[in-house]
Design a protein around this ligand. Structure first.
Ligand SMILES: [Fe+2]
Length: 234
């Protein structure tokens, strides 16, 4: 099945390989440089992850301020897989003004995102999301995805019950096995797919980036140009 069909009519998400590894490596190294939390000389993603895993939450939040100048993250993610994005949305896009960098620390009760779908935050149904880790996912950390058929079935049940994120959805957090991705792989998914993350054991934090994008030809609906910016793939 073609990727676009897989994302719209099929499973709703797909694991892919990054096309321009150089771009992803530059992105990872700029993150390390910008967050600036290791002593000079051992600033690499491994040491940043190790340090973040031991930092109190308030310190991590403070260090996130260092990422405020990480302005071109959205373009960097898109440029690491231009053919994929073009095949889904064409060359002219609305992309998220500020892509997200998510830091997850190991340990009980540390998961950041309960099961949710992106449409909840007001993006248009024509948006796609790319999520990619900045290192191999070699422990039990990661993100789980519920396929489209099951995601829509659960939403319909909730709709009938008058619930949003009721126990049925929240309980999905149990017994999930996140996809084991390598650095250089990503997941692209549509905004109807339920997903979330789980507690994990490790001595290293997990760092991943994600960006939302849609074709310029599709309506923006709730999110406007405060949230999105115009971008043409070179
Ligand atoms: Fe999400």
């Amino acid at each position: 099945m073609k990727l676009k069909d897989e994302l719209i009519k099929g499973k709703g998400y797909s694991i892919f390989s990054i096309e321009n590894m150089k771009e992803l490596e530059i992105l990872r190294d700029s993150f390390v440089k910008k967050i600036n939390i290791t002593n000079n000389g051992n600033a690499d993603i491994y040491n940043v992850r190790k340090k973040l895993a031991k930092m109190p939450k308030s310190e991590i939040n403070k260090s996130m301020i260092n990422l405020l100048s990480f302005n071109n993250l959205s373009e960097m993610i898109i440029n690491s897989c231009p053919s994929l994005v073009k095949s889904l949305c064409g060359k002219e896009l609305f992309i998220q003004r500020r892509a997200h960098t998510i830091i997850n620390v190991p340990g009980k009760g540390q998961q950041k995102q309960w099961t949710h779908y992106e449409l909840m935050s007001g993006i248009s149904p024509f948006t796609f999301v790319i999520w990619t880790p900045l290192h191999d996912l070699d422990d039990s950390g990661g993100v789980y995805y519920i396929d489209q058929k099951e995601s829509l079935r659960m939403m319909r049940i909730e709709q009938n019950e008058g619930l949003v994120n009721g126990p049925r959805i929240l309980n999905l957090m149990q017994n999930q096995k996140p996809a084991k991705l390598k650095f250089g792989q990503g997941i692209v998914f549509n905004p109807f797919i339920l997903h979330g993350n789980v507690n994990f054991k490790s001595s290293l934090a997990r760092i991943a980036c994600n960006v939302r994008f849609q074709s310029i030809k599709k309506p923006l609906l709730q999110k406007n140009t405060d949230y999105l910016k115009y971008y043409k793939i070179p």
